[in-house]
Every structure is written in structure tokens, then in C-alpha cells.
Design a protein around this ligand. Structure first.
Ligand code: BT5
Length: 264
């Protein structure tokens, strides 16, 4: 059972919670209810039967073991700024894990990784409301209390959980509240003043990509270069072999040839 009220210090994130035992995907449900829900409404489920990653991938979401949730956001921002919300989510999760005594790494833009294995993924989607406005749904999956046997075979050497890392059961209520508290603190300056200074600092300082060789995959075009920075807009700056520099706003980025890190 998820009950976080006593740990929440937010003004609007998590004030309304829709809690499900089993659901297809919290992102799908959040999209359905976005129009009739207040900003900050959180949809959470004990289990997802069709948990989703980016580009139609699956997200393994076994019952009672993780934190599978989505937040309804209504920022009044241009479409090109939406990808920053994923970085805000990653920074909020990073801060919460640090409080648990874990120092994870962030794989720009949407993964949190511990010891080379993925522990959290973020899927940010937009829902068109009318011609000029849309809502944003940010879904976060955190592997809290999964054991080795809860992961399907193909994820066993790519994924981990907080329980595996800490060798102890995690208090999901405290962790979720902490993520939501951190998220609101980082989201409000962004929403009001387009300020993501702290988010960028966290992204840079904990990046698993910076100064590493990366493979940039866009559709079926693939290029290799070195990740040299995350700029103040949250873009990944990549220097290609031919010396050309590109700022990548979002998209598919794979890490190549890094010891101990298995790409997902
Ligand atoms: C993501 O996609 O990492 C975004 C995951 C978002 C999940 C949340 S849960 C709540 C909300 N509701 C949803 O339906 N989704 C969101 P991507 O970067 O495309 O990574 C997907 C890949 O991660 C898969 O192809 C697997 O290789 C791997 N994967 C799947 N389940 C995993 C898990 N539980 N832990 C670690 N890796 C996993």
C-alpha cells in the first residue's frame, strides 16, 4: 500500500493521488485524466501490465516491488522546453537516492544507473489539449524492492534495484514522497522562471556520459562522438570524429565501449 501524505511537504505535486492495484500503464491513465485533473496529480500503481519505455519499449513493473507512477503537469511553456522536464525528474530521483546513501549516475536524458545497471527510467509524454495547449505526463519507474528473480532473463545483467544495492528493503512511501518533494522544488523555478540551474548542475556532476564515447542514434542514422558537456538548456553537446559539434535536445543516445555499463 502506498500512503505518503505524512511525508509530503509539497504545495501541489502529489496532493491528489490516484492509486491502482493493477493498471496497464500509469502514463496511459494520466493522459486520460489529465484534462480533468489538477496539475500535480499523481497516478500510481502497484503493478503495470503494459508498462512502457520510450519508442514502444516495455517497462517491467512487477507487483508491489517498485514505484511506478506518473505526474500530470501543466506548464505554460514552449514545446522545445518539454524535454527539460525529464532532466528535472532525473535530478529529483538522484537527490532522493543520495539521501538513501546511494550515489547513482545519470545517463542523459532519462536513466538513473547504479554500478552500471539501470535502476530508474523516465518517460515524458505530451498530451495535446487543444490547438495551442498541451499537458505533460512524466512517468517514473524506480526499481525499489525487486529481487534478482523479479527481473526477466534479458534484464538480469542490465538492471538492478535499490534493495539489491542496499541489501535491505526500501521504504517506498518515504522514497516516493522524497522524489515528489524534490521534484516540486526543482520544477517550480523552471515553470516560473525557466530556471534549471540546479538541475543542470546535478546532471553534469553525476553524468555517466560526459567525456565518454557515445553513439548517437537518430532513426537509422548512427554517429559516434564524445559527449563533452550538458549545456545550460539541458542539451547534450557531442563532438564528432570530424570535429563537428552538435547540441542534442532529445533522442536516442547509446553509450559505447564503457566498462561496466550495459546499455539498455
Ligand atoms: C525508459 O525507457 O527508461 C522509461 C521507463 C518509464 C517507466 C515508467 S513506470 C511509470 C510510467 N508508466 C509507464 O508505462 N512508463 C512510466 P527506455 O529508455 O526506452 O528504456 C526501456 C528499456 O529499459 C527496455 O527496453 C529494457 O531494456 C529496460 N527495462 C525495462 N524494464 C526495466 C526495469 N524495470 N528496470 C531496468 N531496466 C528496464
Amino acid at each position: 500500500m502506498i500512503d505518503i501524505k505524512k511525508y509530503l511537504t509539497t504545495n501541489f505535486i502529489g496532493k491528489n493521488i490516484e492509486y491502482y492495484d493493477t493498471i496497464e500503464s500509469t502514463n496511459i491513465k494520466a493522459k486520460e485524466i489529465a484534462g480533468s485533473s489538477d496539475e500535480g496529480t499523481v497516478v500510481i500503481a502497484e503493478e503495470q501490465t503494459m508498462g512502457r519505455g520510450r519508442l514502444g519499449r516495455n517497462w517491467t513493473s512487477p507487483k508491489g516491488k517498485g514505484l511506478w507512477f506518473s505526474i500530470v503537469l501543466k506548464p505554460n511553456i514552449n514545446v522545445d522546453k518539454v524535454s527539460k522536464i525529464t532532466l528535472i525528474g532525473a535530478a529529483a530521483v538522484h537527490k532522493a537516492l543520495k539521501k538513501l546513501g546511494i550515489i547513482p549516475q545519470i545517463k542523459w536524458p532519462n536513466d538513473i544507473v547504479i554500478g552500471g545497471k539501470k535502476v530508474c527510467g523516465i518517460l515524458t509524454e505530451m498530451v495535446l489539449q487543444d490547438e495551442n495547449s498541451y499537458f505533460v505526463i512524466m512517468g517514473i519507474g524506480i526499481n525499489a524492492n525487486l529481487s534478482e528473480e523479479d527481473f526477466p532473463e534479458e534484464l538480469k545483467d542490465k538492471a538492478t534495484s535499490l534493495k539489491i544495492v542496499k541489501r535491505a528493503e526500501i521504504d517506498r512511501n518515504k522514497l516516493l514522497a522524497c522524489v515528489l518533494n524534490n521534484f516540486e522544488e526543482l520544477y517550480v523555478p523552471f515553470k516560473e522562471n525557466d530556471d534549471i540551474l540546479e538541475v543542470i548542475k546535478i546532471s553534469r556532476e553525476n553524468s555517466i556520459l560526459l567525456n565518454k564515447e557515445v553513439r548517437i542514434i537518430k532513426g537509422n542514422i548512427e554517429r559516434t562522438g564524445k559527449a563533452i558537456d550538458i549545456d545550460s538548456e539541458g542539451q547534450l553537446i557531442v563532438e564528432y570524429k570530424d570535429g563537428k559539434i552538435e547540441a542534442i535536445l532529445s533522442g536516442e543516445v547509446s553509450v559505447r565501449g564503457m566498462e561496466g555499463y550495459v546499455d539498455s
